[in-house]
Design a protein around this ligand. Structure first.
Ligand code: UGA
Length: 441
């Protein structure tokens, strides 16, 4: 009989994973502790912006006309325990308030709620990003609390999806990594992922700690690449070099590669910043902190980019933000997402506001989330409206919509034609030709 799958936590990761599992042909039950989210998902509505996810949901959610009906949602742990053969843990692990370590409380409470409902053989599969050592600890908790005892196994299967490409990354991953403690878990996961494995996706089987570390190592490497190119940008700026050309030129070396070398105001989001910090904190607990001191530098280069953008903007408007209007294009941490968690764009906007600037923000999808974080900033309904009367325009998130702006039309509404490109993606020549003072990062 086909495996039945549950997905616990329906954020970016869980909602996408649940829909992808239904797409692969499984019967899926998604659980969240927030009833409003479950109500929305059950109507086939996605609580966040993720391209392609709403179509995939509507294709499978039970009760929607023409849907396969393979995907349902609930708030009941009992139902999840009864239903599933394989339970995916997809809850988030944010940074602890005021600390580097990550907050495991959502994972811990999910396991504590699920375990007592596991009355028959089942596999629990962790997908959340956790400090190394968590899987072994959770396996012991499961063995203690699950009525089925040793018939409940745990595997760790880190997720590598990017927001904005979540559906594509989940259905066609670069690799599948599973940390297991026994052959049965591996066999079940080979069954779950039979389609991508059949399509040639590498399937890497390892132990718990290695699987947990693969995830934090991958994100640390990506963060390091970005901070490396941003450090080169600092040197280029001092020496009058061009970091975009430099990145392109070094990227032709296949050992370096061209991806993830876009200099700008740095990385943000719910993953890279908190993952490198949690990794440092965990290494410290393990007595291996020296191995990761370089990540402190990666973090500080990254944070310096935001400060540098604020300085450039201040300099551009004459040394003080007082009485100056600043248009901010972009609020999300990257395009094709509505996520503003640790967003460099919003951070820059907030710093300028605190220094007395009159900031007006426009973002194609992130306005509601941004408003919740910074209700005191002004928000405009379009890029053009945000720019009206501005003494400087800051391009902080590289939405395609901003690349397509007509510099002449924007020029007609601003108080001064000055633009700072924090993402190095605007067409400098076109803006200059329309009479703008153009500066990139
Ligand atoms: C990241 C990883 O890329 C995923 O593989 C991982 O699964 C995910 O974290 C996670 O741990 O869940 P994500 O946070 O969605 O994915 O975003 P990225 O595409 O990695 O971008 C992160 C930040 O880096 C963004 O703010 C982006 O603007 C910035 N960035 C990216 C640069 O500044 N330069 C670049 O060259 C690339």
């Amino acid at each position: 009989m086909a495996l039945k799958i549950t997905v616990i936590g329906t954020g970016y990761l869980g909602a996408t994973h649940a829909a992808a599992m239904a797409e692969l042909g499984f019967e899926v039950l998604g659980l969240d502790v927030v009833p409003e989210k479950i109500a929305m998902l059950s109507r086939g509505e996605v609580p966040m912006y993720e391209p392609g996810l709403d179509e995939l949901l509507r294709k499978h959610v039970a009760g929607i006309e023409g849907a396969t009906g393979r995907l349902r949602f609930t708030t009941s742990w009992e139902e999840v325990g009864e239903f599933g053969d394989v339970h995916f843990l997809c809850v988030n692990t944010p940074q602890k308030h005021g600390e580097y370590a990550c907050d495991m409380s959502f994972v811990d409470s999910a396991v504590a709620s699920l375990a007592p409902q596991l009355r028959r053989p089942a596999l629990v599969v962790g997908k959340s990003t956790v400090p190394v050592g968590s899987a072994a600890r959770l396996a012991r908790t499961l063995a203690e609390l699950a009525p089925a005892g040793n018939d409940v196994e745990l595997a760790w299967n880190p997720e590598f999806l990017r927001e904005g490409f979540a559906v594509q990354d989940t259905l066609h991953p670069d690799r599948i990594v599973v940390g297991v403690a026994g052959e049965r878990a591996e066999k079940l996961l080979r069954e779950v992922y039979a389609t991508p494995i059949g399509d040639g996706t590498p399937f890497v089987v390892t132990d718990y700690p290695t699987a947990e570390l693969v995830k934090t190592a991958a994100n640390s490497f990506l963060a390091t690449k970005i901070s490396f190119i941003n450090a080169m940008a600092e040197v280029c700026e001092a020496a009058d070099g061009d970091v975009v050309k430099l990145a392109e030129a070094i990227g032709h070396d296949e050992r370096i590669g061209r991806k993830f070398l876009r200099a700008g105001i740095g990385f943000g989001g719910g993953c890279l910043p908190k993952d490198i910090r949690a990794f440092m904190a965990r290494a410290g607990e393990l007595g291996a902190d020296q191995a990761l001191t370089f990540l402190r530098e990666v973090d500080s280069i990254n944070m310096r980019r935001r400060g540098h953008m604020v300085e450039l903007a201040r300099e551009t408007v004459g040394g003080s933000f007082l009485g100056r209007r600043v248009a901010v294009l972009g609020a999300t941490f990257k395009p094709d997402s509505d996520d503003v968690r640790d967003s460099p764009a919003l951070n820059v906007a907030g710093q300028i506001h605190l220094q007395g600037g009159q900031v007006t923000i426009y973002d194609p999808k992130g306005m509601n989330n941004a408003r919740q974080v910074f209700p005191t900033l002004s928000y405009a309904p379009s890029a053009l409206e945000a720019c009206r009367g501005a003494h400087v325009v800051l391009h902080l998130t590289e939405w395609a919509e901003f690349r397509d702006l007509d510099p002449a039309a924007v020029g007609d509404v601003v108080a001064a034609r000055r633009v700072l490109d924090g993402r190095n993606t605007l067409d400098a020549a076109a803006w200059r030709a329309a009479g703008w003072t153009f500066r990139a990062m």
